[in-house]
Design a protein around this ligand. Structure first.
Ligand SMILES: CC(C)=CCC/C(C)=C/CC/C(C)=C/COP(=O)(O)OP(=O)(O)O
Ligand SMILES: C=C(C)CCOP(=O)(O)OP(=O)(O)O
Ligand SMILES: [Mg+2]
Length: 236
């Protein structure tokens, strides 16, 4: 793929504002956002991405009103159940990153079922960030490393950036080349803090329920126009 696009990560923001601007309740924005999510997964497959990582629910989103949280959990069950046959047909491997133990039983089981069913698929890996926080992920990796050092299976000298990345939730998968954020905010909101160190960042004011394949393609075109230097000097 041009410019080496292997991994796209998306912050699917703006569902609430989409609903409010139509005089609807916030949760209807999340429902509408599921169709944009399904379309983005299909488009990711068409682009032959290795990884598509979607921010579905942050560790901070637990602080939202319980009505909204409950609705999102129900939507998750419904969507994963409904979309599993399509994920199989498209050879997509589903992975969840985040503190899945905090989820109620129904979404936890539904997700586990989909993870198990798609485990040997060899196409695009769809990573859903659910109950996910970038700081927590880094703390978890530190704990895993400390445990291995205490047990004697890892030496202090062997800890480097690559060893650390292997203890993150995606276990050393390629970093996102491109992070897309809908809804117009220029911030990471605790998303992939370690992995986004050199990602290209594309922000669009479009709200997530209105994010189409054309919009996705615009983000890809932007990415393809970037010169990625990784701190080096090119073509001197
Ligand atoms: C896989 C699955 C079930 C997808 C469901 C649909 C979906 C896109 C969920 C994301 C939920 C979320 C917190 C979005 C952020 O918009 P926001 O609520 O922060 O919107 P706002 O910034 O306008 O308030
Ligand atoms: C898209 C998801 C799932 C989380 C980030 O959006 P938020 O709406 O929670 O982020 P802030 O604007 O509060 O930073
Ligand atoms: Mg938001």
């Amino acid at each position: 793929m041009a410019n080496g696009l292997r991994h796209v990560a998306i912050i699917m923001d703006g569902n609430g504002r989409w609903a409010k601007s139509r005089g609807l309740e916030r949760f209807l924005g999340h429902r509408k956002g599921t169709q944009a999510t399904i379309d983005a997964v299909k488009f990711g497959c068409d682009l032959h991405l290795e990884h598509l990582t979607l921010y579905v629910f942050s560790s901070e989103n637990w602080q939202r009103p319980s009505k909204e949280v409950d609705y999102l959990m129900k939507l998750l069950v419904e969507m994963v159940h409904k979309e599993l046959p399509d994920l199989m047909e498209k050879n997509v491997k589903l992975v969840v990153i985040g503190n899945i133990d905090r989820l109620p039983e129904a979404p936890r089981k539904q997700l586990q079922h989909a993870i198990d069913t798609t485990a040997s698929n060899t196409g695009m890996q769809l990573n859903l960030a659910i109950s996910y926080g970038g700081r927590l992920e880094i703390v978890d990796a530190c704990k895993a490393i400390a445990k291995e050092v205490l047990e004697g299976s890892l030496s202090l000298d062997a800890i480097d950036e690559s060893a650390f990345a292997k203890r993150l939730y995606l276990k050393g998968a390629p970093d996102p080349d491109l992070v897309i954020r809908t809804g117009g905010e220029f911030r990471l909101s605790n998303y992939l803090l370690w992995q986004a160190a050199y990602s290209e960042f594309y922000v669009t004011p479009t709200l997530w329920p209105e994010f189409t394949n054309d919009e996705f393609q615009k983000a890809i075109d932007f990415f393809n126009s970037r010169e990625r230097r990784f701190g080096k000097v090119l073509d001197e």
